[in-house]
Design a protein around this ligand. Structure first.
Ligand code: FAD
Length: 419
């Protein structure tokens, strides 16, 4: 994000996080890529020691009461490290959101403070083998009340931090007879819960080293005080978590795309063909122009959505409006990142396809952006749904010009047949 659009505090946070990002050892990233490191505990120690996790939460829980914009500026900076580490950083804000908004005082003291201090690392266990896009409709995991506990049975798939996280925010059916949106609850499930097991650790195209795994609950006993919010209130928790979930993917994608095109532009200044630097061939320089324009375009939408999330906190806009902008930001930024990293690879030619430069890693990472945190098809479903809802409200047109009346033959009502 451009400095001149940030407040003083947001700008300070940007450069503070940039400094931390600069000091993350390259060796850690290489070890994650080669899968010598399955879960980057070292990185979690770095970011919590730097005091930059969960910036948005109040100081009493270890945050700084910063804006959503500041939080996303930080994630954008983290994006330069690739998707895994940006995601490991972002999980603090995603998991923290559920606990901060819906958790009890005790849950906030233990888990939110745990996240910001680095004592506890939280992951989110939403997707199931039966479905991610229609996660509520296809949910199979159940939680049955027994005495002072809930007994969880089911499986969660593709869970970043499945290996290594200290606790999970997991969703399970608590009222099988109700429509899913009012029959699911959210729980904090501790790693040490009897009956929780990590099974498959996935081999991934990109975003390696985040401990992405399938976790299984087999008669897992979760104390009732670990229920987040209301019984059967999981849908509300889920929706709220989707704001940071999707905004952080969008912001992280800006970092990935910027890092890739910078490498390519510097390379184009040095590498020569047909007697001149690549940059002097219009076919190359235009790719750079298109890429930086795509990043700026994506950035505008990411920060518009982040400002809208701030406005939601102040009750100035509706949740549906923010949901629409966040989905647009995620859709647009992840597609921009894919296009930009692809351009960067083309500019580097053959060497871009090797592990000599990190472009191939960024390409593998960027492909995931269009799939996780809700696929881009699901983003389009949400965008059209929220937009149609907006324009169906009679107030939407209250003070707008009716441009249909500007048509030459506007009066031919008998031609305006719709069914
Ligand atoms: C590396 C990785 C990490 C992940 N991390 C996590 C995590 O930490 N926690 C977590 O809970 N989940 C995580 N996920 C899960 C991720 O969010 C889901 O994979 C994603 O939401 C898609 O769900 P699915 O894989 O079940 O695909 P499906 O839902 O089976 O969809 C398959 C295809 O059908 C399309 N489709 C489905 N329905 C429609 C429709 N109505 N209209 C148009 N197209 C449609 C989808 O867009 C997609 O292209 C992760 C996934 C990966 C790969």
């Amino acid at each position: 994000m451009e400095d001149f659009l940030l407040t003083e505090e947001e700008r300070r946070i940007k450069y503070e996080v940039r400094k931390v990002v600069k000091e993350v050892p390259s060796e850690l990233i290489r070890n994650m890529e080669s899968e010598k490191v399955v879960f980057p505990r070292e990185f979690i120690d770095i970011i919590t020691r730097a005091g930059i996790v969960g910036l948005r939460f109040p100081r009493e829980y270890g945050g700084r009461g910063a804006s959503w914009v500041a939080d996303m500026v930080a994630v954008e900076e983290m994006g330069r490290l690739g998707y895994t580490l940006a995601c490991m950083y972002a999980l603090g804000t995603i998991v923290g959101e559920a606990i901060y908004r819906f958790g009890s005082r005790g849950q906030k003291e233990k888990y939110l403070r745990g996240i910001t201090s680095g004592k506890l690392y939280g992951a989110e266990a939403i997707t199931e083998p039966s479905g991610g896009s229609d996660v509520f409709g296809m949910m199979r995991t159940t939680a049955v009340k027994k005495g002072g506990s809930f007994i969880l049975n089911g499986q969660k798939r593709f869970i970043v931090g499945g290996v290594g996280a200290d606790f999970f925010i997991a969703f399970a059916i608590t009222d099988p007879s109700a429509p899913r949106r009012s029959g699911v609850s959210a729980f904090i499930v501790d790693r040490e819960t009897p009956g929780l097991k990590v099974e498959t650790v996935y081999g991934l195209l990109g975003a390696k080293g985040g401990g992405t795994a399938r976790i299984v609950f087999k008669d897992a006993v979760v104390p009732e005080e670990n229920l987040i919010g209301e019984l059967n209130g999981g849908y509300e928790v889920f929706n709220r978590m989707m704001i940071p979930e999707r905004l952080t993917t969008a912001a992280g994608s800006l970092g990935v795309a910027s890092a890739a095109i910078e490498i390519a532009a510097r390379y184009a200044l040095r590498r020569k063909s047909f007697g001149k630097p690549l940059i002097e061939h219009q076919g190359v320089s235009f790719k750079i122009a298109e890429s930086v324009t795509a990043i700026a375009h994506a950035s505008a939408l990411v920060y518009m959505a982040s400002r809208a999330a701030d406005a939601l906190e102040q009750g100035k806009v509706s949740y549906g409006y923010v949901r629409k902008l966040v989905s647009m930001a995620k859709l647009n930024a992840t597609e921009a990142a894919w296009e930009v990293v692809n351009n960067a690879m083309q500019i580097l030619g053959g060497i871009g396809y090797t592990t000599i430069y990190p472009i191939e890693k960024f390409l593998r990472d960027a492909r995931l952006g269009m799939i996780w945190t809700g696929t881009n098809e699901i983003m389009k479903l949400i965008i059209q749904h929220e937009y149609i809802k907006e324009i169906s409200d009679p107030n939407f047109y209250k003070d707008k010009r009716n441009v249909e009346l500007d048509a030459l033959d506007f009066h031919l009502e008998e031609e305006k047949v719709t069914e």
